[in-house]
Design a binder for this molecule. Sequence first.
Ligand SMILES: Cc1ncc(COP(=O)(O)O)c(C/N=C2\CONC2=O)c1O
Length: 406
Amino acid sequence: MKYNFDEIIDRTGTNAMNTDGFRQYIFNATEDMTFPFKDEEFIRMWIADMEFATPPEILDAVKERLDRRIMGYSQVFDPAYYEAVSNWMKRYYDWSFPKEHLETSNGIIPALYELVEYICQSDEKVLIVTPSYGFFKSAAEHNDLELVCSDMINEQGRYSIDFEDFEAKAKDEKVRVCIFCNPHNPSGRVWTTEELQRVGEICLRNNVWIISDEIHCDLLRTGKRHTPLAKLFPDTDRIITCMSPSKTFNMAGLMFSNVIIPNEALRDIWQARHYGFKNPLSIAATQAAYETGDEWLKQLKEYLDANFACVEQYVKQHLPLAVFHIPEATYLAWIDISAYAPQNVSLPLFFAEQAGVLLEDGHMFVANGEGCIRLNLACPRSVLQEGLRRISSVLVKEVEEVPVQV
Ligand SMILES: Cc1ncc(COP(=O)(O)O)c(C/N=C2\CONC2=O)c1O
């Protein structure tokens, strides 16, 4: 079957954050915030969900469950669920874990909040690398815990971990957990085995638990392979792995993720305190994703590869002073536009008002993202091309208007 990623799908009237939540999320504003563009005129490149239809096989599984006509309290009881997850992990990551380690959550963000609460004492700290997905900071703040940031090294747009700094911070005896993004949002790094080994060794020898957030692990450039962090440390039970098909198959609204907890004491706390009932439609969808998603994912990756090639060519031609490298993972383009960006303005507000493009910038990724914007490329190529045109039209115009020094 050939899936149509060029199709433009109307999302208005669907309670989508993407179309209706940007004023509050990006601008911390109310619904009466106005722009020179109608909402439907925006090119939306901000929140990380896709403009592609969720795979038909997954939607069919949801419809099949609906046809059972009773939507009662539910949990994962069917062993076929674990089989589906386990088979996917074996096929894609050559990794397996015991069934009793598998818990589920109503999304990874809630799991991060809960795991940090269950692991940390009230005077302990949470370590992350920056730039970072903003909710890693929220997971510390939600629990009134101090956040410790280790800025990544940025060498002309190529990010790496500053292991000297990372280890110095992990040695702080109050640092109790590291929330680690593998692959990394927003840089798109797929960590090498050596990098993963160093992160794990530094944390484990300093008594720092690791929550490895691997939500982007299937969204790789064709040919790349994901390594779960826990796979490299089979003898420890201090690495919790969070995964979900929600990002891979555009079903984040179904709020369902897998949390693999090898530590029995922590699992007991989770089982005692986590709200265990789940949406039966989400269970059906997630199981179907892992059972039937292979071909759709293959075609999605090919389409995204082409979208990234489009961005690379466009930036080289129209924004040659910008710094962009095709990321190894995610569908997010992280572009340093410092050479063009107007100074001392909110870039999201600048692009929304001037270009009619909704995007996120480095200030939304905790720290160490100055001058960068992040573009969601999981959209039809025609939409991407219009977004790129609009972005460069205000930046190049911005550069042209700078008065020539005489
Ligand atoms: C690293 C990471 N963890 C967790 C989540 C959310 O997991 P959920 O609660 O949906 O299961 C996201 C979504 N990232 C988004 C969502 O919008 N913009 C982003 O960068 C993410 O990038």
